[in-house]
Ligand binder design. Structure first.
Ligand code: DGP
Ligand code: NA
Ligand code: NA
Length: 210
């Protein structure tokens, strides 16, 4: 018989270079190995036309105003909302690197108004859990160089980090904070423990919106 249990919507957030993709990949592989239906996506999704514009902006070959790039990042999430919803309702767990929280945090760090920044993302699907990999950007910078993309600068990352901390406090019921400087294996085991409990908990829960 067809099961009507839905999948979990799991988001990874944090500053650049904290190890989000390492951890989300490990979680993806773990679930796959356990035969859990699972997909792994990330935002920005640079494969679409909007994503290509975003990519050019991030690589500093295209200048766009703060407002325009903000709306493009949001539109890039809206491009995927139906497919995410279909997957979840079909029972597939969706692991997603970055989401609307990155959207708000990076733009507010550049000086845009918080409410204005939230508006275009309102109505997107709400994650069941956000795994926030927290690292002090000063420590991060000394451990590994930030890359060359537009936002990978210490001053901006400090603001981004504070704004993520605020979200973590405000949205504490479904945000889980981790120390990004823990070992890969330790982080993975902490995250998997939470996910193991989460999957059965959300299976019969209606999807919510931001
Ligand atoms: P990543 O592919 O995860 O390295 O992200 C690329 C960069 O874009 C990174 O510096 C974070 C930033 N970013 C991700 N999503 C958003 C968004 O929605 N809005 C803004 N302004 N920046 C974002
Ligand atoms: Na990055
Ligand atoms: Na929490």
């Amino acid at each position: 018989m067809e099961s009507n249990k839905r999948g979990a919507f799991i988001v990874f957030e944090g500053c650049d270079r904290v190890g989000k993709s390492t951890q989300s990949n490990k979680l993806f592989k773990l679930l796959k190995d356990k035969d859990v239906a699972v997909k792994h996506i990330n935002f920005p999704d640079r494969s679409t036309i909007i994503g290509d514009l975003i990519n050019r902006f991030l690589k500093n070959t295209q200048d766009l105003s703060n407002e325009v790039i903000h709306l493009l990042f949001s539109a890039n999430r809206w491009e995927r909302v139906n497919s995410i919803q279909e997957d979840l309702l079909a029972g597939t767990t969706v692991i997603c690197d970055r989401y609307a929280y990155s959207g708000v945090v990076y733009s507010v760090a550049k000086g845009l108004d918080m409410d204005w920044c939230w508006a275009p993302d309102r109505g997107l699907l709400k994650p069941d859990a956000v795994f926030y990999l927290k690292a002090n950007p000063d420590q991060l910078a000394s451990r590994c160089n930030f890359g060359t993309e537009r936002y990978e600068k210490l001053e901006l990352q400090r603001k981004v980090s504070e704004l993520f901390d605020d979200f973590n406090e405000r949205e504490s019921s479904y945000w889980h904070q981790f120390d990004a400087f823990e070992t890969e294996q330790e982080l993975h085991s902490q995250i998997s423990t939470i996910v193991e409990k989460l999957l059965p908990q959300v299976a019969d829960k209606p999807l919510e919106k931001l």
